[in-house]
Design a protein. Structure first.
Length: 203
């Protein structure tokens, strides 16, 4: 079946897609959520994790997402149809096929991700017992598994974005996102919330 026809039948059966912002932790997903919010997309966030030095513009998280792997009942996800929610790449495999998903996957240089994670842990007085090389291998594996799922699952539509490109050329990124999501957003407003000063761990 042609992809466009398959999407049509899935849309009839499972409704409006959930907009999923995904990527590895510390890859810029909160920035992307803020862009969507500014552009006119309603976001799913419970506000429990408040802004701090690591994410001064907010985290845009929902605690229910963290329990996806442990909770059999995922019916609540249907209430997010037409809205945007942040789900790290490791949890994408927990999304049931009874919804449609338009996924914005944000990729970032793995060494930058690792450096950002290390600084966050340091500020919290925590430590990571996994050596850098092993951690880089784990991050790469997680991302590759997520990409394989997103490219093969009929419930997913995928737009890949690169963190550096979004930060350095926000207008171009906002245009791509707007086109992917149907062309009804405000790209200028989306681009205006990107703060280049928050790109603090450059490779």
């Amino acid at each position: 079946m042609y992809p466009s026809l398959r999407r049509f039948f899935r849309r009839v059966r499972f409704g409006t897609p959930i907009v999923v912002v995904s990527g590895l932790p510390r890859s810029g997903t909160s920035m992307l959520m803020k862009m969507l919010e500014a552009g006119g997309v309603a976001v799913v966030s419970d506000g429990q994790r408040v802004a701090d030095e690591d994410n001064p513009r907010g985290y845009y998280e929902d605690e229910r997402v963290k329990r996806l792997a442990r909770t059999p009942d995922k019916s609540w996800l249907a209430t997010a149809r037409g809205r945007a929610m942040k789900i790290i790449s490791f949890l994408l495999k927990e999304l049931p096929a009874t919804n449609n998903y338009r996924v914005l996957l944000l990729r970032r240089e793995l060494k930058e991700v690792l450096a950002s994670q290390a600084k966050m842990l340091e500020r919290r007085g925590e430590r990571n017992d996994v050596d850098d090389q092993r951690m880089l291998s784990l991050l790469e594996k997680d991302l590759q598994q997520a990409l394989e799922l997103l490219r093969s699952g009929p419930q997913f539509e995928l737009l890949e974005l690169h963190y550096r490109d979004v930060v350095e050329r926000p207008e171009e990124a906002a245009g791509r996102i707007n086109a992917f999501l149907g062309g009804r957003l405000d790209p200028r407003a989306m681009a205006s919330v990107v703060d280049q000063s928050l790109y603090r761990n450059r490779g």
